[in-house]
Ligand binder design. Structure first.
Ligand code: BDR
Ligand code: CA
Length: 323
């Protein structure tokens, strides 16, 4: 079973991806070594709380949650509380169990990343579904540490597709472009799921209903339904889904890569992060001029089978909500 660290800023789509991952843990298909919360969609204090609550909701409170490093290029991008809810989870956090872990007592995410990667070199995969601030902080403190990861699976970037936070840039990269640049410059074990593919993954209330049907009274299915309703509202308001009743679960594509790779196609290349551009800061670039060259740092997803991906996710969520 793969050993995983989830680096996340819940986040509506983070929350759904998180639950999908916990279902895979429940099925014995994954081991969750730690959750490193990161500052992003909402403040680090809130992403920590959301992560701890999701674990408590599903009975995995024993998994350590670390608190996000604050820093990077603060002020570059606004947070996304208007899309994900002020608490990062559709304003539903008050309906979830109070976790035992406290923000004040928690370790910082960079420290936990360094410790876990050094304990099991080559064994741990990092799933990074927020800004890359924690990863960059770990690399700065302990140069070379990110190369100890088996793989780093990143939701981020936009290549041919337009951005979502600026015309050219995607949120996770644009929130802390220097952090992203450091990660892309020091690693060659990167898997990138950009907006080009993730924008096709639309989770609808009808899908939440399918999960609800197998366990109507489960607090997890109620949460999935409530979150979906909230996120659909803001997705429509921000015109993210072209009027479709649903919301974009960008972050779930990382799990599809790890557990259902047949739903994705990739190309290998050298990804660079634009940090200087007046209009393009935070943009990801892939050198498409040549065939695969030695020295490339990433596999970048180019195609996605969103229909199958969503069907597989729903089946796994059903397993999670059933007793
Ligand atoms: C990414 O930005 C965040 O708002 C989402 O959670 C996702 O990780 C999409 O651009
Ligand atoms: Ca996210």
């Amino acid at each position: 079973t793969p050993k995983l660290i989830l680096d996340t800023d819940p986040g509506g789509d983070d929350s759904l991806a998180f639950l999908w991952l916990l279902s895979l843990v429940k099925q014995g298909l994954a081991e969750l070594v730690a959750v490193t919360a990161v500052d992003g969609n909402v403040h680090a204090r809130l992403t920590f709380a959301a992560a701890a609550k999701l674990l408590a909701l599903c009975g995995y409170e024993s998994v350590e949650v670390a608190r996000g490093v604050i820093g990077g290029s603060e002020g570059d991008a606004e947070d996304a509380g208007d899309i994900h809810g002020a608490d990062g989870m559709g304003n539903l956090s008050h309906t979830l169990p109070e976790p035992a872990q406290s923000y004040e007592a928690a370790r910082y995410s960079d420290e936990v990343l360094i410790e876990k990667l050094k304990q099991a070199p080559g064994e741990i995969t990092i799933i990074a579904i927020g800004p890359l601030t924690n990863l960059a902080a770990a690399e700065k403190k302990s140069p070379g540490v990110l190369r100890l990861a088996k793989e780093i699976v990143i939701m981020g970037g936009a290549f041919a597709a337009p951005g979502n936070i600026t015309p050219e840039a995607e949120f996770n990269i644009a929130y802390d472009p220097e952090a992203a640049q450091l990660v892309f410059a020091t690693c060659d074990n990167l898997i990138v799921l950009p907006l080009d593919v993730t924008r096709h993954v639309v989770f609808t209330p009808a899908m939440a209903e399918q999960v609800m049907e197998v366990a109507p009274t489960s607090p997890i299915s109620k949460f999935v339904m409530g979150l979906c309703k909230f996120m659909v509202g803001t997705a429509l308001a921000f015109r993210e889904t072209e009027g479709q009743q649903g919301f974009l679960v960008h972050d779930a594509s990382t799990l599809a890569y790890l557990f259902y790779p047949e739903t994705l196609r990739f190309r290998r290349g050298q990804v660079e992060i634009e940090i200087l551009g007046q209009w393009t800061r935070g943009k990801t670039l892939l050198d498409n001029r040549h065939k695969v060259k030695p020295g490339a740092n990433a596999w970048v997803a180019t195609e996605i089978d969103s229909v199958n991906l969503l069907a597989l996710m729903i089946e796994d969520l059903k397993v999670l909500v059933k007793d």
